[in-house]
Design a binder for this molecule. Structure first.
Ligand SMILES: C[S@@+](CC[C@H](N)C(=O)[O-])C[C@H]1O[C@@H](n2cnc3c(N)ncnc32)[C@H](O)[C@@H]1O
Length: 308
């Protein structure tokens, strides 16, 4: 089962109180949603969104009650969904990014490099693009680009070459086939002596591509701000540097009045700040949390407050 990351820190950082109206854009196993419901009480309400129907089914079992509304949607549609469900001008919004432990470890979801499942990696099973298409049909150049850009994999080209070579003889079907081919390419020296599977970065890159994770995040952050009432807070938990960079840069721009280049004598953009940054440095999990939940090790929580 999924263990919620930075749970207490998120609840405290959002400064929730009884009666608050909150949107959890990534309900997952319902851990954060449940904790939020406990604080906002029966006079508050929560909209819990996820693009994964299996997650919604788990979350709805964990958080029964009249003051939670579930929605199967991509958070890129958050403003539209919120309007449809009557959640406008909310007290707080949360996105706990990436995948849940259920998605990562259940072989039939096709994310796991430790077990054998059909290559899939779709958070939303109703979408067409899956890992099978990416691995079997993307050109060697396209694969190298995503391994470099989304996996920050130093041996991106070599991994793409090995995949293209394998495909000349047979198509990829399962996660273990792909993991084996990638492990064969990344020599021990590149593994940095860490106990991390050498295929991890390639798997991460394919997952990001399949689920369009970075573009989705970019288009969702401004919507999360617009949904907040003045004084409302948003919290984003990210799990790798690519996501965190997007959140950090977005907060930094939203917290500035003018975005014109410094050489402009006068402001021409008329950009007005909409956020106050609450966490100058991201909040990281404690050693104790990491020991209990190793998946938390790369988590970073950033919080900002709507100012107008
Ligand atoms: C880390 S888990 C959330 C765990 C949750 N906070 C908890 O405590 O149980 C991330 C969830 O976000 C969902 N997700 C990721 N990207 C999404 C998107 N673009 N739209 C909606 N849900 C998304 C995933 O399906 C997954 O269930």
């Amino acid at each position: 089962m999924h263990k919620s990351v930075l749970l207490q820190e998120t609840i405290e950082g959002l400064r929730l109180t009884k009666g608050d109206v909150v949107i959890d854009a990534t309900t997952g196993a319902g851990g954060h949603t449940k904790a939020i419901l406990e604080v906002v009480g029966s006079s508050g309400k929560v909209l819990a969104i996820d693009r994964d129907v299996e997650a919604l089914s788990i979350a709805s079992n964990v958080t029964r009650g009249e003051n939670v509304t579930f929605a199967h949607a991509n958070f890129t549609q958050i403003e539209k969904v919120a309007k449809e469900k009557g959640f406008t001008c909310v007290s707080a919004t949360l996105a706990d990014l990436g995948v849940s432990s259920m998605q990562l470890t259940r072989p039939h979801r096709g994310f796991s490099l430790k077990s054998r499942g059909v290559l899939d990696m779709r958070m939303d099973k109703s979408q067409e693009l899956s890992a099978l298409t990416v691995v079997n049909e993307y050109s060697e150049d396209e694969l190298a680009r995503i391994f470099r850009n989304y996996g920050e994999e130093k041996r991106a080209r070599a991994c793409a070459k090995a995949i293209a070579l394998f495909r000349k003889h047979e198509s990829f079907k399962t996660t273990d086939q792909l993991a084996e081919v990638v492990r064969g390419v990344i020599p021990a020296s590149y593994r940095g002596g860490k106990k991390i599977d050498p295929a991890t970065k390639v798997f991460q890159a394919i997952r990001i591509e399949v689920n369009d994770e970075l573009t989705s995040l970019e288009s969702t952050l401004p919507q999360m701000v617009r949904l907040l009432a003045p004084g409302g807070r948003m919290a984003i938990i990210s799990f790798h540097s690519l996501e965190d960079r997007i959140v950090k840069q977005f907060f930094s721009r939203a917290a500035r009045d003018c975005l014109c280049p410094p050489e402009f004598p006068k402001c021409q953009c008329n950009h007005k700040k909409s956020l106050k940054i609450i966490t100058r440095k991201p909040i990281r999990p404690t050693e104790d949390e990491i020991a209990k939940n190793p998946r938390a090790r790369s988590a970073k929580l950033r919080i900002a407050e709507k100012i107008n």
